[in-house]
Design a protein around this ligand. Structure first.
Ligand SMILES: C[S@@+](CC[C@H](N)C(=O)[O-])C[C@H]1O[C@@H](n2cnc3c(N)ncnc32)[C@H](O)[C@@H]1O
Length: 357
């Protein structure tokens, strides 16, 4: 084949792939809407039903619901019987689309796609002029993050994640000092404090809104063993105060991640443990070709995690900094051992168990 001849098989396959982009990109936005207005939850409870019955069950406008159902039908998410114009959600599909699905609910995760679309023009400017996009431009970030991480915490934090560290649940029962760095809306802090009333739990975040949400939840739960502080994680200012420090998806988007890891190390007592949870990926692009969520992660990185760091003149590590880079930075911060493991309920993350010797 000469260099100027196109491979028609390859050409057609790529054309098909490009068509899929239009369909799937739009589908993500429609799935977000379906999640927000409770359509998947309503469908999961209904037998085959007309658009009027589905709209009635969800308390929504029939014309909009019917158009959305059209999209869901051609996307093969919802089944349709043309004879009586009924729609239904197969149970195998509901397992990935409803609130009852917890951390498997992909419809909840599509909210991140819409969130990225909201800052598109700012990111375009960054491509042209450099700089970044501050957290404050992502109006929905903390709500969406809390909903997604909360599903994992509710399912697995106490029963599967904390027991990753041998002996940790019994030490927490006896009473130790715990900090969560980049705690967002503070749900993990409150769950640990509620499960282990003898332990003292502190949440740090530089988001005043996140800290207020954590304080409000602690008050609603009547917890007396939590504290929340608006503080820069790079400047925790704590010396050998904690036995356990956690960071759930809160290192890769830091402006100064090496300073944060050093501050975490400094805040731990000798023998203390840092449980760092961060995106599961390789540091080498070529190893991520078969990663099931790689495009989503590089997209999140380009439009959120990297620009929020760069907006503070930060390192811009990016979402896909990867396990090799993470282990190197943890070792550089002083941790004497770093082990990695995974949790079934959390498809996105690697769990790093880091010890201060
Ligand atoms: C991806 S979110 C994770 C939030 C929470 N851990 C969760 O799993 O829901 C990262 C968090 O780190 C916080 N953060 C980023 N840079 C920070 C800094 N320099 N100091 C304190 N918090 C920071 C953000 O406000 C955000 O709440």
């Amino acid at each position: 084949m000469s260099e100027t001849t196109l491979d028609t098989t390859r050409l057609e396959a790529f054309g098909q792939q490009m068509g899929d982009v239009l369909n799937h990109g739009t589908l993500a936005l429609l799935m977000n809407i379906g999640h927000q207005v409770g359509l998947y939850d309503a469908l999961a409870e209904l037998p085959p039903a007309t658009s009027h019955e589905i709209a009635g069950a969800a308390g929504l406008q029939e014309r909009y619901v019917r158009e959305w159902l059209g999209a869901m039908t051609v996307a093969r998410i919802v089944e349709y019987d043309a004879r009586d114009r009924t729609y239904w959600l197969p149970r195998e599909h509901a397992a990935f689309l409803t609130r009852a699905a917890g951390p498997q609910n992909v419809a909840a995760t599509t909210q991140f796609v819409s969130m990225l679309a909201e800052v598109e023009s700012s990111v375009v400017e960054c491509f042209r002029r450099g700089g970044g996009v501050p957290y404050s431009e992502y109006a929905e970030f903390h709500r969406v993050m809390a909903e997604n991480s909360g599903a994992v915490f509710d399912t697995a934090l106490i029963d599967a994640i904390l027991p990753l560290v041998p002996g940790l649940p019994s030490r927490l029962s006896a009473g130790v000092d715990v900090a969560d760095v980049g705690c967002g809306s503070g749900h993990a802090v409150n769950l640990i404090a509620a499960a282990y009333p003898r332990s003292r739990c502190v949440g740090y975040d530089f988001s005043a809104g996140g800290i207020a949400a954590g304080q409000a939840e602690a008050a609603a739960l009547g917890l007396a063993n939590t504290e929340f502080f608006v503080r820069d994680a790079a400047d925790l200012g704590e010396h050998e105060r904690f036995d356990l420090v956690t960071a759930f998806d809160a290192i890769h988007d830091q402006a100064h991640p090496a300073q944060v890891l050093a501050a975490v190390w400094e805040s731990l007592r000798p023998g203390g443990v840092f449980l760092m949870v961060d995106i599961q990926a390789s540091s080498d692009l070529e190893d991520n070709l078969e990663h099931p969520f790689a495009t989503f992660l590089y997209g999140l990185s380009t439009m959120h995690c990297m620009p929020v760091s760069l907006s503070l003149d930060g390192d811009g590590l990016g979402t896909v900094w990867g396990e090799q880079k993470a282990c190197q930075m943890l070792t550089d911060a002083g941790f004497s051992s770093v082990e990695t493991t995974h949790v079934e309920a959390d498809a996105f993350n690697t769990y790093y168990i880091c010890r201060k010797g």
